[in-house]
Design a binder for this molecule. Structure first.
Ligand code: URP
Ligand code: ZN
Ligand code: ZN
Length: 459
């Protein structure tokens, strides 16, 4: 069925104008003033609203076996949470451990999403080791349309790679035109410092940050950038959390190293004091890299505003309170991660655009367009233009509310942003021309989501 979006103000990463949008099947076919509605077409009135391209979250965990348990969302729940928050595409980390078979894991991750996700999706393929069979397996996965890798410099003996494996992964990535995303913390130092902090008698969640200090992330970031520089590969630092790590990435950028930087919404809005809350409440806020000293937050916002940080993602990774409890008495066993897929865009709008920290076009760029360009989705995704997928977010800037666990779609029993004010929200969300959210509520087709196969890019 055709769809007409009437009277909205279209805002992309580089333009802003009032026009109607005509959608046939899955694609935008006309944009212009006063477009007529053909008989039988569905009409959505967007008067007084912004029309943004569907937002893209380039870093989520849905199926994730990790730290002796599993992240809580399925693609059914996670994709609905994404959509009501305005995210129409996410890229999930496909994360086998060192003990797992790469191809079998890739098939498993695909099977978890197929026919289940209500929004479009793709994967970054994690490389937890590099042995005789890895190269051939990765070539197959790239041929299947997965043009990004993930490496963990953290999580020793589980997801983490050593320097030789990192080098070989990046060499292959360069040859194949694959961008490599990286969690940058020094695994050895984390393991040693965790023991040192426990030995001081600090066993609660407040021990998490001191066991992974800023210097440990700065070292990982610097090492990753150095490996990129010496292999010619293109890289993307995920969830960069602090000023020293940013300095390492920006130094690389200024030397011409093709390295891009992601910040996640928890690191922009929450500081380490949340993880220091008494009575084990801090466990809700344990993630890695950890929430940092508050002095880092304005540094991250400024870097984002000026484009030194490229994208805003979530690292969505919910664990419920019972799972967090696995680490009572030993913070190293608290499952690392928190949810944010539903809140990312609303919070970035409210605390970025509304508070004057972020220009509206940089907002669209950081939450959609830039990820589309970096990960081979542009221009089908990430903008509003004739010929693009009709993934649209009709945004009500007048809406007011608060984040609450009571109204969330994410499958979890707490919300790390509980009580945060929100000033604007997605009113209507379409995925390839189909209305999936109306009046902020999921009304769409479960399982509509499609695996997005992506071509390599040589930057
Ligand atoms: O704490 C986090 N970030 N959990 C998810 C796994 C990862 O490191 O991205
Ligand atoms: Zn990570
Ligand atoms: Zn992650």
């Amino acid at each position: 069925m055709a769809l007409l979006i009437r009277g909205g103000e279209i805002v992309t990463a580089d333009s802003r104008y009032r026009a109607d949008i005509w959608i046939e099947d899955e694609t935008i076919t006309r944009i212009g003033p006063d477009l007529p509605a053909a008989p039988g077409a569905e009409v959505v009135d967007a008067t007084g609203k912004y029309v943004f391209p569907g937002f893209i979250d380039p870093h989520v965990h849905i199926h994730l076996p990790f730290m002796g348990t599993f992240a809580k969302d399925s693609h059914e729940t996670g994709s609905i949470a994404a959509l009501v928050g305005g995210t129409t595409t996410y890229i999930e980390m496909c994360c086998p451990s060192r003990a797992d078979d790469l191809l079998a894991s890739y098939e498993l991750w695909k099977s978890k999403a197929e026919g289940k996700s209500a929004c479009d999706y793709s994967f970054h393929m994690a490389v937890p080791k590099f042995d005789e069979s890895t190269e051939g397996e990765l070539r197959e996965i790239v041929k299947d349309g997965i043009s990004s890798f993930k490496v963990f410099l953290a999580y020793k003996n589980f997801f983490g790679v050593g320097d030789e494996e990192l080098y070989r992964t990046l060499q292959l990535a360069r040859e194949l035109g694959v961008i490599t995303t990286a969690h940058c913390e020094n695994a050895e130092l984390v393991a040693r410092l965790q023991q040192a902090v426990l030995a001081r008698g600090i066993t609660g969640p407040e021990g998490h940050e001191p066991s992974r200090p800023e210097s440990v992330e700065a070292e990982g970031t610097h090492r990753f950038v150095t490996f990129l520089e010496n292999t010619g590969a293109t890289g993307y630092v995920v969830h960069l959390s602090c000023a020293p790590a940013l300095a390492a990435a920006v130094a690389g950028k200024s030397r011409g190293v093709p390295v891009f930087v992601e910040v996640v919404i928890p690191h922009l809005l929450l500081d380490r004091s949340y993880a220091e809350r008494p009575d084990f409440e801090g466990a809700k806020y344990v993630m890695s890299p950890p929430l940092r000293d508050a002095r880092n937050l304005p540094v991250l916002w400024n870097a984002l505003a000026h484009g030194m940080i490229d994208t805003v993602a979530t690292d969505h990774c919910p664990f419920d309170l019972a799972q967090k409890d696995m680490g009572r008495g030993d913070f190293t066993k608290i499952p690392n991660g928190m949810p944010a897929i539903e809140e990312r865009v609303k919070l970035l709008w409210t605390y970025g655009v509304r508070r004057g920290r972020l220009d509206i076009h940089r907002f669209v760029d950081a939450a959609s367009t830039r990820a589309a360009k970096l990960f081979g989705l542009f221009p089908k995704k990430g903008t509003v233009a004739v010929g693009t997928d009709a993934d649209l977010v009709i945004w009500d800037p007048g809406w007011r509310g608060r984040i609450s666990v009571a109204s969330q779609s994410t499958n979890n029993d707490y919300n790390p942003f509980e009580g945060f004010a929100v000033e604007g929200r997605p009113q209507v969300v379409t995925v390839r021309g189909k209305v999936q959210v109306r009046d902020g509520v999921f009304v769409g087709e479960r399982g509509r989501g499609r695996l997005l196969r992506r071509e390599p890019i040589w930057f």
